[in-house]
Design a binder for this molecule. Structure first.
Ligand code: OSB
Ligand code: MG
Length: 368
């Protein structure tokens, strides 16, 4: 397949409710879409980098610049390319995994659309629906949190993740657990704690949580391993997992017993599949994380989560939990599940009128 040109599209999508974590609050998703034009047709990708470098060192303007200056030109320079070549082709550029993931996704989508195969089929998916949960941001009060969680439970979600930080942990978790007895509950700290907080965090053991996600800094596997020995609740890593190699090191170090896979954080769908396979072989449960994606990235997440090792519900909520209107047909809850798209590639269609009405800004990159 020959890559002929790539169009980058930026579009701001207002969130239906502000999303607050230990690293800040978001009210708008600034989405970067990648459209790969190949000799065999086109495909879509989404870059999940956030506006600020607070979750990881990547940020959306930087990701766009890296795509324009290095990633896209290096692929355009090839006579012929398939998605499976992309990781090796981009290896000389350090990091920038979510930018690489978006370009690989667009090329893979084009390739699969041309073949008429769905992404789920390509990845070896075994399910036609996936169980999903909802990630709930930090609120101004425990009462407000209870109202927000009650709304999601009424919508059909049976697994809720609460964002925590020092000063917002045991009390809100206790309150949600007291009100929602059978709810599957987990927490995510986005690296907000330090080794001296271990005694305090052990209090979370009494609430029957599914897991505690990334309590300590991303390069601090030692503290995660120490913590894992002292707490009964499973420790899960998000930010620390950036490749198959880092996953293996984390498992060997005893730093986690569950892994959150995010396509952007690990550099693409192909690396995500490798991490899945490693975790299955090591008996480690995996689940699909989320980055407040539009319908494009969400379609990729749902397909990924259809693989057999994804045994826990993903942070892949229905479109209306994020946006009043999505840029693709919306993903809707069926019970506590989303349907896996069966159409070619990502299996979703981008609504060009919707993009225009949101004031999308386009940049076309042609190499030749
Ligand atoms: O840590 O999982 C995280 C969103 C942005 C950045 C980091 C995270 C998140 C979420 C949202 O938790 C999950 C979702 O997309 O629903
Ligand atoms: Mg997380």
């Amino acid at each position: 397949m020959r890559l002929e040109s790539v169009e980058l599209i930026r579009v701001k999508m207002p969130l239906v409710r502000p999303f607050r974590t230990s690293f800040g609050e978001q009210t708008v998703r600034d989405v970067l879409l990648v459209n790969a034009y190949t000799g065999d047709g086109h495909g879509w990708g989404e870059c999940v980098a956030q506006v600020d470098p607070f979750y990881s060192e990547e940020f959306i303007d930087g990701a766009q610049m890296v795509l324009e200056t290095w990633l896209i030109p290096q692929v355009l320079a090839q006579q012929s390319v398939v998605a499976e070549d992309v990781p090796e082709l981009l290896k000389n550029i350090k990091g920038h995994r979510s930018a690489k993931a978006a370009l690989e996704m667009a090329i893979l989508d084009a390739q699969l659309r041309a073949r008429g195969h769905s992404l789920s089929r390509y990845l070896g998916g075994v399910r036609d629906t996936v169980e999903v949960g909802v990630s709930v941001g930090i609120t101004n009060s425990v009462d407000e949190l209870l109202d927000v969680v009650a709304g999601y439970v009424a919508d059909g979600y049976t697994r809720v993740k609460l964002k925590i930080e020092p000063g917002w942990d045991v009390e809100p978790v206790r309150a949600v657990r007291a009100r929602f007895n059978d709810l599957r509950l987990q927490v995510d700290a986005n690296t907000a704690y330090r080794v001296g907080d271990i005694e305090h965090l052990k209090k979370l053991d009494e609430f029957g949580l599914l897991l505690i996600e990334q309590p300590f800094e991303e390069d601090d596997l030692a503290t995660h391993a120490l913590f894992a020995q002292q707490i009964s609740t499973a420790v899960c890593l998000d930010e620390s997992i950036v490749s198959t190699r880092s996953t293996e090191v984390a498992i060997d170090a005893g730093a986690c017993s569950i892994v959150n896979i995010k396509v952007g954080r690990v550099g693409g769908l192909i690396e995500s599949r490798k991490i899945h396979d490693l975790c299955v072989s090591r008996g480690v449960d995996v689940w699909c994380g989320g980055m407040l994606e539009s319908g494009v990235g969400r379609a990729a997440n749902v397909a990924l989560a259809s693989m057999s090792g994804f045994t826990l519900p993903g942070d892949i909520s229905a479109s209306n939990r994020y946006f009043a209107q999505d840029i693709t047909e919306p993903f809707e809850l069926v019970g506590s599940c989303l349907k896996v798209p069966t159409g070619p590639g990502l299996g979703v269609t981008v609504d060009q009128e919707m993009l225009a009405s949101l004031g999308a800004v386009r940049t076309h990159i042609t190499g030749r």
